[in-house]
Design a protein around this ligand. Structure first.
Ligand code: C2E
Ligand code: CA
Ligand code: CA
Ligand code: CA
Length: 279
């Protein structure tokens, strides 16, 4: 009973009330953000071992009229709690498909693969496969240029449903990357049942790879797992040459991180791309 009493007191903690009020306000603002055109996709380049660009990851940005840019780490969890992630996730997917349509018709970007983050709730919608199929048809895109980034925890949640949904999407021709790999509980046992194309090494293993032998061992294991499953590997959060060298020496051939480019608005992305391709 004493414990409960303390919780009640905590609820009336003025600071906590302020936090709740802020969240509620933010949620209200989030509800109007799509129609008010406050979202943008930023694009981060992905390169191969010779630094040749082959794709990008789309990352959402919210430009709040008063708070300025709000980080997705702040509003995506909020959107996931309130179901707002569904219209937001659809907006991301549609905007990405529109981008792929343009890229595939430009000789300089015709083989470019665009990776899109998909949240658990979005993936679990009963009509998710239909949504993706309709967008592919509507924008007349080559489906293999669309890569969906999924996380371990969301896939483990209901493995049979996961396999069914992924297989249906796979039949459409879309690709899959397993994001933040190494932070969950994946075993080879279930990984081999998923129709994945790529494992993405989480940036937490990349950060200290030059100084931490256990991070190097983990990265080596992840790459060995990927190869035994016949999957591509990409490392995220690569900031230094030294990190890239360590990753390369372990057999990683694809990279993403500030060393190659930060996530930037589309105009800037395409300008940089044109410059580097003209080299
Ligand atoms: P994530 O999918 O793991 O994305 C990678 C994050 O690392 C991005 O943060 C990116 O800007 C950042 N990053 C990239 N390179 C480097 C680097 O070299 N060093 C460091 N320190 N960081 C780097 P961001 O853009 O703030 O996104 C955070 C998270 O929000 C994403 O993590 C993803 O989980 C989520 N998110 C972003 N966009 C979307 C979206 O469109 N839909 C959904 N469902 N989630 C999204
Ligand atoms: Ca991602
Ligand atoms: Ca990630
Ligand atoms: Ca992350």
């Amino acid at each position: 009973a004493k414990k409960e009493g303390r919780n009640v007191l905590r609820f009336f903690d003025p600071q906590m009330q302020e936090t709740i009020a802020k969240r509620t306000a933010l949620e209200g603002d989030l509800r109007k953000a799509i129609e008010n055109h406050q979202f943008q996709l930023h694009y981060q380049i992905q390169v191969d071992e010779s630094r040749h660009p082959f794709g990008a990851e789309a990352l959402i940005r919210w430009f709040h009229p008063e708070h300025g840019m709000v980080s997705p780490d702040q509003f995506i969890p909020l959107a996931e709690e309130s179901d707002l992630i569904l219209p937001i996730g659809y907006w991301v997917l549609e905007t990405a498909c529109a981008r792929i349509q343009r890229w595939q018709h430009d000789a300089k970007t015709s083989g470019f693969v665009l990776s899109v983050n998909v949240s658990a709730k979005q993936f679990r919608q009963t009509d998710f496969v239909n949504q993706v199929q309709s967008l592919i048809q509507q924008y007349e895109i080559n489906p293999s240029l669309l890569k969906l980034e999924l996380t371990e925890s969301m896939l483990l949640d209901n493995i049979e449903d996961t396999i069914a949904t992924m297989s249906a999407l796979k039949e459409l021709g879309v690709k899959f990357s397993l994001d933040d790999f190494g932070t969950g509980y994946s075993s080879l046992q279930y990984l081999k049942r998923l129709p994945l194309d790529q494992l993405k090494i989480d940036q937490s293993f990349v950060r200290d790879i030059a100084v931490d032998a256990s991070d190097r061992a983990i990265v080596r294991t992840i790459i060995a797992m990927a190869h035994s499953l016949d999957l591509d590997v990409i490392a995220e959060g690569v900031e230094t040459e030294e990190q890239q060298k360590h990753l390369s020496s372990k057999g990683c051939k694809n990279f993403q991180g500030y060393l190659f480019g930060k996530p930037v608005p589309i105009e800037q992305f395409e300008t940089s791309l044109r410059k580097s391709l003209f080299q």
